[in-house]
Design a protein around this ligand. Structure first.
Ligand code: GDP
Ligand code: MN
Length: 388
């Protein structure tokens, strides 16, 4: 679960990470009032679940409260498109109004779960303020990494190693290593999968401040963080992903045109490869799981077809606990319920009751191409794409 910058900063502050003074507003009047209280010279920032706001016009430094109100008016209620959103952008419902900071230096600090390191990795860079991907590409030697032992936790010497590696003035090594330790405690106690401060600013008068913050909480751990439930903002997420979560379906929206429906995450990966070898791109990753019933199957198809990018649906079911005849009835149920939403389907079914399932689809009147195996599926995808 992603949360907004202003929410992330409230949590950072609770863990002793210094943040700029400010507040959040959902109207131009409230933004103006906050700016007045802060002395007029403020930064106004669109609150969306995406980075790259600065370059996209979502962050503005102003010198009077009136200007703060005007900028809030111009951006509230619009959709912001950044390099991290799709072309449709994400809605701006709130702005964060903060005191302007006299920036001497911009650093980067993040913690994330690293699969290769099998644990938390802390990353720091003296090249803060810009996208870390760009730093990694252009000046990889400016990125410091420290892998944290999951049993021992972050050790004080590791925080100091990062701080020294950032080439800071000696008097900043103490505060920065303390900040690294606090961020690790926050990360652990809230089951984060990502905690990122970019930029972490050193001010002209030598203070350290988190000027931007991004926190992601591991969805699988949300059951033990009921206090964080209220931070959820479904409006910022893909509509299909929100809908899928309601039905306990694993769904991730991607950029291609072939919707995929499978049972099992491994099969989903293999199916995405099939799409690629058929010369197309997957529109999503969708796993309906093992214990699905007819309605859940129908909902899976409905969710895939909610995505207007989908031109073709590739169904790859290996019947086990999930019976193929039942899955087929689910697809037909959806096809009957909303024929106009349907797209051509390529179906491979194998395993329990596969023959019944295939017959059900064949007799349904839906636009279905039945295939025998994965190469056959790739071929059918290629044929359908070439036709389109
Ligand atoms: P992002 O583009 O979505 O990552 O948004 P950020 O919050 O990181 O803002 C983009 C950039 O605006 C930062 O890297 C800073 O350089 C700049 N910025 C944000 N707040 C302030 C501020 O209070 N003072 C100054 N001088 N620059 C700021
Ligand atoms: Mn940033």
């Amino acid at each position: 679960m992603k949360i907004h910058e202003y929410q992330a900063k409230e949590i950072l502050a609770r863990y002793g990470v210094p943040i700029p003074k400010g507040g959040v507003a959902d109207s131009p009047e409230a933004a103006k009032k906050l700016a007045e209280d802060l002395g007029g010279s403020v930064v106004v920032k669109a609150q969306v679940h995406a980075g790259g706001r600065g370059k996209a016009g979502g962050v503005k430094l102003v010198s009077t409260a009136d200007e703060a109100g005007d900028f809030a008016r111009s951006i509230l209620g619009t959709r912001l498109v950044t390099i991290q959103t799709g072309p449709e952008g994400v809605p701006v419902r709130k702005v964060l109004v903060e005191e302007t900071i006299d920036v001497a230096d911009e650093l980067y600090l993040a913690m994330l779960i690293d699969g290769a390191a099998e644990g938390v990795v802390a990353i720091a860079s003296e090249a803060g303020g810009m996208e870390i991907e760009q730093v990694a590409e252009e000046t990889p030697d400016k990125i410091l990494r420290v892998a944290v032992d999951p049993v021992l936790g972050l050790q004080p010497y590791q925080g100091r190693r990062l701080a020294y590696g950032l080439n800071l003035k000696p008097e900043l090594v103490g505060p920065i290593s303390a900040l690294v330790e606090n961020l690790y405690r926050l990360f652990q106690e809230n089951d984060c999968s990502l905690a990122e401060i970019n930029p972490l600013v050193i001010t002209s008068d030598g203070r350290v401040l988190a000027v931007d913050a991004k926190l992601t909480i591991d969805d699988e751990a949300m059951f033990r963080h009921k206090d964080l439930d209220g931070l959820h903002d479904p409006e910022q997420e893909d509509a299909g992903e929100v809908e899928a979560r309601k039905f306990d379906i694993n769904y991730v929206k991607l950029d291609g045109t072939v919707g995929c429906i499978v049972n099992g995450a491994g099969l989903a990966m293999a199916t995405m490869d099939v799409v690629l070898s058929g010369g197309a791109q997957p529109a999503n990753f969708l796993d309906i799981g093992g214990g699905a019933d007819e309605d859940k199957v129908a909902n899976a198809l409905r969710i895939v077809l909610m995505d207007s990018d989908v031109e073709l649906v590739l169904i790859n079911i290996f019947g086990g606990i999930l019976r193929c005849d039942m899955a087929a009835r689910g697809f037909v149920q959806r096809g009957k319920a909303d024929p106009s939403s349907m797209r051509p389907m390529v179906v491979r079914m194998l395993g329990t009751n596969a023959e019944e399932g295939r017959k059900t689809l064949q007799d349904s009147g839906l636009d279905v191409t039945l295939v025998e195996d994965l190469p056959g599926a790739a071929e059918a995808v290629r044929a359908a794409i070439d036709h389109a």
